[in-house]
Design a protein around this ligand. Structure first.
Ligand code: HEM
Length: 360
């Protein structure tokens, strides 16, 4: 009896343990699955948009970018930044690619875009050509930029993720003032950045995660020398500041330096480790650690790379859907730097087609 009572009590104890264990598992399942939630898909975008019209678009792009990055991995940074500068100004409509016209200078001529890499624009043109050879002109330049940004992250060591597709290209570029107003300066502090990103429906976690894009690439002296001269920013680690002073002996030096001193070409969470060690390059980076509302997020990403990747992908999917044109809006540009109605080559082909059908 005693034996049976002890076995029944150990039976119920093990049941209880099992129950607690299952509850814990359930809780952790929900915590993880919540971290993986994909943001709401904007109407008109889909995960399989080119399934019939251009099923190989993503493999064509990836194959080419692998070759490009083998020669110069710096181009991954250039392409990632291009997507950000496209999406923040007038939405992800490839307006950043448009050349200026009689109506005014293009977005590329506005100060924050002057440091976009020329090679990034050239690579998008190459991709446009390769994708057209494969399927004709059915994929938008804005989608090519979004896929190229994803591949830049993944091919430099970061997470791979699906990109919703179906964006259309804008017919107009933004003014210089609108471009400047929508791309924050590197001297912006975290609380101002939070307020500004809120206007784009991005929260503090999105801000910290997206800033992790600075785990690859370069910055020019002019983007951070106000932290060195005339007085040194006290939040900057001493040796780091001295090294930067050697690279940029004066505020107007035209040199560049890496954004992530630990692993400058690898898409990882070391950017956050830099911030914890007060080695962030821009005020907009370092203040994410100085500011109490974002400090905990920075620390959690510095400690947990998988968490950073999850939040980065989530934020990129949100950013990549900002004010997109879908359906019959906009167009699919045949040449990414010129809208179709201004495309002389396209006009000639259309005219020739018209003439040929008139002759028939
Ligand atoms: C949060 C506000 C942001 C500010 C203030 C900012 C500012 C800057 C600045 C000033 C540069 C260097 C420009 C130069 O001196 O040449 C830069 C480079 C870069 N940014 Fe940002 N950025 C921000 C957000 C982002 C986001 C959201 C991404 C992508 C997810 C991103 C990706 C990059 C990359 C990859 C580079 C290096 C580009 C290259 O090497 O060509 N940035 N950023």
């Amino acid at each position: 009896m005693a034996a049976s009572s002890s076995s029944s009590s150990s039976y119920s104890t093990s049941h209880l343990l099992l129950l607690v264990g299952s509850c814990l598992l359930l809780v952790s399942y929900f915590a993880v699955s919540e971290a993986y939630t994909t943001p709401h898909l904007v109407k008109g975008l889909s995960w399989s948009f080119y399934k019939n019209s251009c099923p190989k678009v993503e493999s064509v792009i990836r194959r080419h970018l692998k070759k490009v990055f083998k020669k110069d991995i710096g181009n991954a940074a250039g392409l990632l930044r291009l997507h950000f500068h496209d999406c923040f100004v007038q939405g992800c409509d490839a307006s950043v690619l448009l050349d200026g016209s009689a109506s005014g200078p293009g977005e590329q001529e506005a100060p924050p875009n002057l440091s976009l890499r020329a090679a990034a624009f050239q690579i998008i043109d190459e991709l446009r050509e390769l994708v057209d050879e494969e399927c004709g002109t059915v994929v938008s330049c804005a989608d090519i930029v979004a896929i190229a940004a994803r591949d830049s992250v993944h091919l430099s060591g970061g997470p791979d993720y699906d990109v919703p597709l179906g964006r259309r290209d804008g017919l107009n570029f933004a003014s210089r003032d609108a471009t400047v107003a929508n791309l924050p300066s590197p001297n912006t502090n975290a609380s101002t950045l939070i307020e500004f990103l809120a206007t784009k429906n991005l929260d503090a976690t999105d801000l910290v995660a997206l800033s992790g894009g600075h785990t690859i690439g370069l910055g020019h002296c002019s983007s951070f020398t106000s932290r060195l001269y005339p007085t040194q920013d006290p939040t900057m680690e001493e040796k780091f500041a001295n090294d930067l002073k050697e690279i940029c002996p004066a505020s107007d030096t035209n040199a560049t330096t890496v954004l992530d001193i630990r692993t400058p070409n690898h898409f990882d969470n070391k950017y956050y480790v830099d911030l914890v060690h007060r080695q962030g390059l821009f005020t907009s980076d370092q203040d994410l650690y100085s500011y109490e509302k974002t400090r905990g997020i920075v620390k959690s990403f510095a400690e947990d790379e998988a968490l950073f990747y999850e939040k980065f992908v989530h934020a990129m999917l949100k950013m990549g859907q900002l004010s997109v044109l879908t359906g019959k809006k906009g167009e699919i540009r045949a040449n990414c730097s010129v809208r179709n109605s201004d495309n002389i080559q396209l006009k000639t082909v259309v005219e020739e087609d018209k003439e040929a059908s008139a002759e028939l």
